[in-house]
Design a protein around this ligand. Structure first.
Ligand SMILES: *Cc1c(COP(=O)(O)O)cnc(C)c1O
Length: 386
């Protein structure tokens, strides 16, 4: 057994599987680490990206640590408000904001709309006008910067649907300055997710510096530079690297991003905050020895954790039982869903598994529970912050 579960397994024993286990101590340690990094950079502000994990108990811990949030829907704005987040610390991005979602943001008085197109700007102006309000906006600029990550989670290339292209930046800002119910705040970027190479963030900094020089030459000075999120976690080493390297992340920005006098840097980390604190706990239903393979069939499936099927992701699979005296075997670990992609791991080396054993899929705190669905008429997994 991974020593990580030694003192936890008895608590798990009586819970209905599958369920998400969130490690409260690790979450708080992660939040403290971020806070102590941020002490060195008073101009930096963190908005936790709610879409990574919107569990109420998790949001409460993040709110207590003093952070704001990054939302990508009206539902997320509501969830954040319900968890006690200050509307003045909410930023809201998304290529397809519906009128009711914009109205919710206006009524709540959120800090900033991260606007992704010119028609969206017009609609926000119109809706704000009807309420006699002014909407603060940043423009999400597509920086055409690639990231070394899975193709489905790069967002900052010219071919992606997100943001306004760099050529149109000045025109958008001029338009914003003329609209009566819009206040232009600054620029927003987000190049992708699960990024572990600091050179990708460095490339983003270089691009932002270029764009800032361009704006400065025209007398435009953004108050806010929002660099988005994307810092990755060590999926292959949850026990060795439970907390991402926030020092390296913030220092990369400190070294490469040229903030102007009085300018604020905002960032939107999601996965890095919550990824490692979560495990999906599942029970072995059957061990099936077929002709070419042996399968461990567990009671969690892709409906509970879709990342392996969707992004070819791999979560560490650990037997959460005392494995003394069990020989090592090779298994494909699969779920019960009627899809061939419902596979958590192929040729996994595990101690011999038995019906009823608990198995943990590690690093499942981000894009796990929140992406669960009811395919095959299954129940949604429960989650416990312990
Ligand atoms: C998803 C998203 C984030 C968070 O990404 P992570 O990789 O989880 O840090 C930040 N900003 C925006 C606009 C997003 O869509």
């Amino acid at each position: 057994m991974s020593s990580y579960f030694k003192d936890k397994i008895e608590k798990f024993r009586n819970l209905e599987t599958p369920f998400y286990y969130y490690d409260k101590a690790l979450l708080n340690e992660t939040l403290q680490t971020i806070n102590s990094c941020l002490k060195n950079f008073p101009a930096y502000h963190l908005h936790y990206a709610v879409k990574a994990n919107a569990n109420k108990d998790v949001l409460r811990e993040i709110q207590k640590a003093g952070f704001g949030v990054d939302c990508v829907s009206g539902g997320e704005i509501q969830q954040a408000l319900d968890a006690g987040f200050d509307a003045g610390k909410i930023v809201y991005a998304g290529v397809g904001k519906a009128d009711w979602e914009i109205n919710l943001g206006l009524d709540a008085g959120i800090f900033c709309f991260n606007v992704e197109s010119e028609p969206e700007l017009q609609v926000i102006n119109e809706l704000a006008g009807k309420k006699g309000k002014t909407a603060r906006v940043c423009f999400r600029i597509n920086p055409n910067v690639g990231a070394h990550t899975h193709a489905n989670i790069t967002t900052g290339l010219a071919e992606n649907k997100f943001g306004i292209s760099m050529q149109d930046m000045e025109e958008a800002i001029r338009e914003a300055e003329e609209l009566p119910n819009i206040e232009f705040l600054g620029l927003h970027f987000h190049i992708g997710s699960q990024i572990l190479e600091m050179t990708d963030f460095e490339a983003l900094c270089n691009r932002i510096n270029e764009l800032q020089d361009r704006l400065e030459a025209q007398g435009i000075k953004p108050k806010v530079i929002n660099v988005g999120g994307g810092l990755g976690v060590a999926y292959d080493d949850p026990d060795g690297k439970p907390i991402p390297d926030f020092d390296a992340y913030f220092n990369t920005y400190a070294k490469n991003l040229k903030l102007r006098e009085g300018q604020e840097m905002h960032c939107e980390l999601g996965r890095a905050v919550v990824g490692q604190m979560g495990s999906l706990i599942t029970r072995v239903l059957y061990v099936k020895h077929a002709h070419v393979k042996s399968f461990v069939i567990v009671d969690a499936g892709m409906s509970d954790l879709i990342r392996p099927a969707l992004y070819d992701a791999h979560h560490e699979i650990q037997l959460a039982e005392d494995s003394e005296g069990r020989e090592e075997c090779t298994y494909d670990v699969v779920g019960p869903i009627c899809e061939s992609s419902d596979v958590f791991g192929k040729d996994e080396k595990l101690p011999e598994c038995r019906r009823g054993d608990l198995i943990a899929l590690r690093s499942a705190g981000a894009y796990g529970e929140i992406m669960a669905c009811q395919y095959n008429c299954r129940k949604l997994p429960k989650a416990y912050l312990l």
